[in-house]
Design a protein around this ligand. Structure first.
Ligand SMILES: Nc1ncnc2c1ncn2[C@@H]1O[C@H](COP(=O)(O)OP(=O)(O)OP(=O)(O)O)[C@@H](O)[C@H]1O
Ligand SMILES: C[C@@](O)(CCO)CC(=O)[O-]
Ligand SMILES: [Mg+2]
Length: 287
């Protein structure tokens, strides 16, 4: 079973504290396959790891899959294999995508017929338990496969916002590997003294973005990025890509937890501009 990834357009981190975020699903996906087996074995293809259940429990990389299996209380053994088109731990929701795909696959294999709502709820529980803190943004966007506004862990669909940003090209620049996981970055932010003031400024930007035209959305993305930098979750590499995209007349910001990973770029890039960005990133996708 498959599950998509996501980008956050506005409001990451602030959303963990009840403020607003706007997110969109993206078409890079994770695939989880399950087949009958004598023992419970888990394979993580992107990470080149394959372990039995008891061994996997001791390895941090397996935490999301293990927690999902434990939560569904399934008894019979199986072989479960995860592979993803999403770069791992880079801001595109790879953790949530793995969890949603795993729960969807378990639901099908064990004939549980879990409805979308239940899959979203369980997936969020897994992320929250593994990370300590997690908003519903990533798991719900991926479970519902719709653009969402999240506030106070409640969601609504924002198809109009998605239509507005889709008037322009949307690129994802995979800039650099992250040294920290989302869980660690959430902790860094929790220790930042001036976080509430920064969140309030992000909130104003996010609310304005929801009813703005695409040109204003581009400016607001740059402002949101500046505040994420002030919050301490940007890097030199991410700032460099955002600066270049701005020079080319685009909106740009880091997306997801930050600390490296990906930048989203909204606007048209000509061949020469694309090449200049490609020179300083690992890859550039059209989302
Ligand atoms: N392809 C994969 N196979 C197995 N586990 C994965 C895979 N992708 C992600 N994970 C799990 O998710 C963890 C990374 O999650 P993390 O939340 O840090 O990054 P992300 O979800 O990509 O970024 P963000 O939360 O900012 O969107 C990995 O350490 C691993 O446990
Ligand atoms: C950093 C964060 O806001 C987004 C990660 O994609 C964490 C969360 O919402 O749970
Ligand atoms: Mg994550």
């Amino acid at each position: 079973m498959k599950a998509k990834g996501k980008v956050i357009f506005f409001g990451e981190h602030a959303v963990v504290y009840g403020y607003t975020a706007l997110s969109l699903p993206i078409n890079l996906s994770t695939n989880v396959n399950i087949k009958k087996n004598d023992n419970l074995v888990i394979e993580l293809k992107n990470l080149n790891k394959k372990l039995g259940f008891e061994e996997a429990k001791k390895d941090k990389d397996f935490r999301y899959v293990i927690k999902a299996i434990e939560l569904l209380k399934v008894k019979e053994p199986f072989f479960l294999s995860v592979s993803s088109e999403l770069p791992v731990s880079c801001g595109l929701g790879s953790s949530a995508s793995v969890v949603v795909a795993t729960i969807r696959a378990l639901s099908k294999f064990f004939n549980l017929n879990l409805p979308k709502k239940e899959i979203a709820k369980l997936s969020h529980r897994v992320e929250r338990e593994v990370q300590g803190k997690a908003s519903i943004t990533d798991t719900y966007t991926i479970s519902y496969e719709r653009a969402l506004k999240i506030r106070n862990n409640e969601f609504s669909f924002i198809d109009e916002f998605e239509k507005t940003v889709r008037e322009e090209k949307l690129y994802i620049a995979y800039v650099e590997e992250r040294e920290m996981k989302t869980a660690d970055l959430i902790k860094v932010v929790s220790e930042k003294e001036e976080k509430e003031e920064i969140f309030k400024e992000i909130e104003e930007i996010t609310r304005e973005a929801l009813s703005s035209d695409v040109e204003r959305i581009k400016e607001l993305m740059l402002e949101n990025h500046k505040l994420l930098d002030k919050l301490g979750v940007s890097t030199k590499g991410l700032n460099r890509v955002v600066r270049l995209a701005k020079k080319f007349g685009c909106g740009a910001k880091l997306t997801g937890a930050g600390g490296g990973g990906c930048v989203i770029i909204l606007g048209d890039l000509n061949e020469e501009e694309k090449e200049l960005i490609e020179k300083i990133v690992k890859s550039l996708y059209l989302a």
